[in-house]
Structure formats: C-alpha cells, structure tokens
Design a protein around this ligand. Sequence first.
Ligand code: HEM
Length: 194
Amino acid sequence: MTKAIAGYTYGAPTLARSPVSLEDFERMKKSVLFGDDDVAALRESLAILDDQREAILDVWYGFVGSQPHLVASFSHNGAPTMEYLGAVRRRFSQWILDTARAEYDQRWLDYQHEIGLRHHRTKKNQTDGVSAAAIVPFRDLFALVFPVTFTLRPFLAKRGHSAEAVERMYNAWLKSCLLQVTLWSHGYVKDGDF
Ligand code: HEM
C-alpha cells in the first residue's frame, strides 16, 4: 500500500467536471501533433523516471527557489511557507507518474481542471490551508514548460536508452506539458474565450 498523498484528489467524486470535453482534448492533441507514439513514449518514460523523482524535484525546486518572483507564489509576508512547499512537492512527485501514465479519461481531465484552479485564485492555497500569494501569475505558467522539460531530459537519458528514444520521450513530455498547462489555463481565460 502506498501512503495517501495529502490533498491529492485525483478521481474523487467531489471534483468538478472539466469544462473541456474529451472531444475538445482530442482536437487539442492534434494541434500539438500529439499521437499514439507520444502516449507510448510517455509510458516508456515511467520506469525510467519513477525512482529518479526525488532528484528531479531537487532540480525543479532548486530552479524555483533560485528565482524570487517564482518563490513568491509559495510565500507569505515575504518568506516561503515550508509546509506548503513540502505538501505541493509530494503531489508534484505523483504528477510525474500521472503524466507518464498518460491515461486520458474523464478522471484525468477533471483533475487537470482542478490543478488549474489550484494555480488560479479560485482554489490556490485551499488544499493545504495556507495564506501564500493569492494566484500563480499567468505570465509564468507557459514559460515554466521549458525549464521543466529541458531539465528532465538528462534524467530520461540516464538509463542507457538510445538518443532517438530519449528524443521521443522528451518530445512527448514537452507536448504533454503544453497540453496540460493549456487545460490549467481555463480559469485564467475570459468566459467564452478558451
Ligand atoms: C510547466 C508549468 C508547471 C507545472 C508542470 C506545474 C506543476 C504543478 C503541480 C503538479 C502541482 C500540484 C497539483 C496538485 O495539487 O495535485 C502544482 C501546484 C502549484 N504550483 Fe505549479 N506548475 C507549473 C507552473 C507553476 C508556476 C509558474 C508557478 C509559480 C511559481 C507554480 C506554483 C505552484 C503553486 C504555488 C502550487 C500550489 C497551488 C495550491 O495552492 O494548491 N506552478 N504545480
């Protein structure tokens, strides 16, 4: 049995239904040239990344920690809230697995919507009961896709896969992150404009 992750509500019946339908998502996949080969590449990355998650998170957190304007999202009265950083880190670790599993059903879509609301002022801070910044600014959401995926690449290459396989997995991760962050943006976009 794995220990329950606080605040991780993937699949919970209480989650709101995503305003984006599975049909919409199919079309979004086409926009980013995401196909079955990408699903396969993501799933191939699961076994590679699973036991490297802590090292990956050290890199990602190191990056966020080195940028005061990013740490600000985790801060209250100018200081980062350590319990908050720790709680989000555990869900982030699970997110690596969920991204690599690439199971795109209604449950997945609904949790994507939830993650978006948690970045937006609609639900930020509520899951962990903290009083940090009220919103993750939209301007940083897509920009973070680059550092997240670029720094993942060496970890994909650590288990002796061919350069071509690493490239395939890297591209699939990049596309998946773009799709996910787009889904997360729903709450930031004016009504009717998504
Ligand atoms: C590629 C872009 C990003 C990815 C992949 C990402 C990933 C995640 C994940 C997986 C979670 C946990 C979701 C859950 O509760 O299950 C999370 C939460 C959070 N992220 Fe991001 N994030 C991104 C952009 C950003 C940016 C730019 C910031 C600004 C520093 C940020 C700050 C936060 C904060 C503060 C939370 C906690 C929200 C809450 O109160 O529940 N994220 N992020």
